[in-house]
Structure formats: structure tokens, C-alpha cells
Design a protein around this ligand. Sequence first.
Ligand code: AMP
Length: 167
Amino acid sequence: MAAASAIAKTFHFGPIIIPLSQTFLVTKLSYALVNLKPIRPGHVLVAPRRKTLRFNDLTQEEVTDLFLQGQRVSKVIEKLFKAEGLTLCIQDGPKAGQTVPHVHLHVIPRHQGDFPNNDDIYSVLEGNVNPAPHIDNDQINPRSNEEMAAEAVLLRSELGHWNQGGD
Ligand code: AMP
């Protein structure tokens, strides 16, 4: 029998099974994963481990942990991708643009001029006609497992460095 403390090998992301290799932060209630189709380099996700559709379905403990981990992740993403700001958002429900039926916080590094208009990012996130001609969401090819795993290794090590008081 597996030890109670054994680390999970896979995680639910709605109907999708995420392998441990594509995650870079795991707590009892939440996990952070690299993105199959990031709309900007460094676009990652933080999700509750429990399969949960809507934000209001989360318990207080899950909300707290989701945002605490979201904060840890955003510090690392901002530094690693030399961001000047971050877009943090939840598309809560299909009518709000949610395509994966599982609560998740988007963490997206932002830079001056990354979209012609700052809020164009939300259209791109929704996969609507892209106002930025150089970034067509539908044309973003899914990344390979290898590429995603390599990014997860990098982010894991950066988080470890951070946890040890590094900057
Ligand atoms: P939303 O449209 O807000 O539900 O966001 C869904 C996010 O999940 C998008 O950023 C997708 O690129 C991402 N995504 C979809 N499938 C996967 C997957 N298998 N692994 C990682 N990210 C995924």
C-alpha cells in the first residue's frame, strides 16, 4: 500500500489528466501547471486539486490556498519573465469564457506594448478574433510534453530558490 504522504502522479484539470511532470508547485489543496497553449511566454495556471467547476464551489480553505499559491507563483513568474506587471484572472464559468471546466487562476506576465491595447489580452484569452495581428490564439500550436516538462523543471527550481530566501 502506498504511503499516505506519497506524491500524486497525476492531477485533474476538468476532464484532462495533468502529469506531475507538467506541474511545478503542489500543496494539499492546489497545484500550479504549465500551459499547453500560453498566450504569452510564462502564462501559467494555478488550480484547486479537487475537480471543481466554479469559484463559488470552493471551500474557504481552497480559496485561501489557491490565492496564496497564486501569489507565490506570480512572484516567480514576474521575476523569471522580467515582467512589468501581471494579468491575474479567472474565467468563472463557460459564459465568462471558461473552456476547461475546472477553476483555474491565469497568471500572465505583462510588458509594455505586449498588446496594441492593454485589455486586448482578454479577447485573446477568450480565443476571439485577435486584435493583435502578431498573436492569433487559434494559431497557437499546443506545446510538446517535453517543452512543458522543461519549463516546469525551471519553474520548480526557481520556486525552490525563492523558498530558500533567494531573490
Ligand atoms: P479558460 O479558457 O479560462 O478555461 O483557460 C483554459 C486554459 O487551459 C488555457 O490557457 C489553455 O491553454 C489551458 N489548457 C488547456 N488544456 C491544457 C492542458 N492539457 N494542459 C495545460 N493547459 C491546458
